[in-house]
Design a protein around this ligand. Structure first.
Ligand code: AP5
Ligand code: MG
Length: 190
């Protein structure tokens, strides 16, 4: 079983690359952002709650996010492994994930970080914002707030996973294909 955390700032390409990796390695892809957006679309209570945070580019509270993630893993008992995309994003989420997986005799195989400069990421997100309908892509101040949240709350996870010898940075600049190749070369060596 391999369980990967795809790590990186907003726009780094986590969702894009997960689409290729899940097919190649037969993994279940769980994006907490996609799950929240699904709930918003279906007007669930969870969606209403999440929307109030996501519209501003703030993180959704930890416990809500952790509960949703665990439910999604539990919905896939036959999985040969998972790609966690956009989760964990805080130390308390990372600790909860470790404890949850340990309870299932599972663990994180590797955390792979897609790295790119902010100006490239802002350009990608503003471009997508023209057609995605994502409120958090629409203006630069919301994008910058997402980066701020990342810097304050998510960036410390680098040290957390380095401490477990599981942190692998990858150059996230280039064509989508080039980055997929970098990722598969790394994963094949794990
Ligand atoms: P989430 O949905 O996770 O969004 P994000 O991490 O802010 O950023 P993206 O998903 O937009 O980026 P990505 O890295 O997936 O890049 P993508 O492949 O899409 O979270 C949204 C919100 O939900 C959060 O702000 C928070 O409120 C809430 N949330 C989610 N998880 C949470 C958690 N764990 N805790 C608390 N709150 C949580 O690519 C971006 C664009 O770039 C696309 O248009 C793509 O086509 C393009 N692109 C990708 N790769 C390349 C390339 N190599 N070259 C050119 N363009 C590229
Ligand atoms: Mg994404």
């Amino acid at each position: 079983m391999i369980n990967l955390v795809l790590f990186g700032k907003p726009g780094a390409g986590k969702g894009t690359q997960a689409t290729f990796l899940k097919t190649k390695y037969n993994l279940v892809h769980i994006s907490t952002g996609d799950l929240f957006r699904y709930n918003i679309q279906n007007e669930t209570d969870l969606g209403t709650l999440a929307k109030s945070f996501m519209d501003k580019g703030d993180l959704v509270p930890d416990q809500v996010t952790i509960d949703m993630l665990e439910a999604e893993v539990n919905r896939n008992p036959q999985a040969q492994g998972f790609i966690f995309d956009g989760f964990p994003r805080t130390k308390s989420q990372a600790a909860a994930l470790d404890a949850f997986l340990e309870g299932k005799k599972m663990n994180i195989t590797a955390t792979i970080a897609l790295e790119a400069d902010d100006d490239i990421l802002v350009a990608r997100l503003l471009e997508r914002g023209k057609s995605s309908g994502r409120s958090d892509d629409q203006d630069e101040s919301k994008i910058l707030n997402r980066f701020e949240e990342y810097n304050q709350k998510t960036a410390p996870l680098k040290a957390y996973y380095q401490g477990q010898n599981k942190f692998h940075p990858i150059n996230g600049i280039g064509t989508i294909d080039e980055i997929t190749t970098r990722l598969t070369q790394l994963i094949d060596r794990l």
